[in-house]
Unconditional design. Sequence first.
Length: 132
Amino acid sequence: MEITINIPDDMVKEFNKHLGYYNLKNDLIGEKYEATIDDVIIGALKMYLQWTAVETSPLIKTDDLVIESKYINIIKKQEKSQKEISVHSGIPKSTLSVLLNGGSVPSLENFIRLWIALGQPPIQHLLDVKVK
């Protein structure tokens, strides 16, 4: 199936910047594959479908426990912006926004990155564990 979409020029320029870096890196390490904008869009759609297939609840439920993230409270106390946290953690702002607004449960890697970016507060300050 072929689908045509209109992408704003500024997005195309951004795609091309990233693709230029990616393709240069591949060339330098001897990879013969050259990525295209189509590859990026198809990859993004595949990732989106994988993400939506996973439960996106901000809660982890067991029979007796409910665990909620308290990252947003710590960030507010430290008066840090999402941009600052993104820079210090290496987590893209868009991903960080989803995590902090309860749209997704962070991977272990992102959990640790956030923990480090916030100054490694005690783990019990990051999670609110409640017994039903």
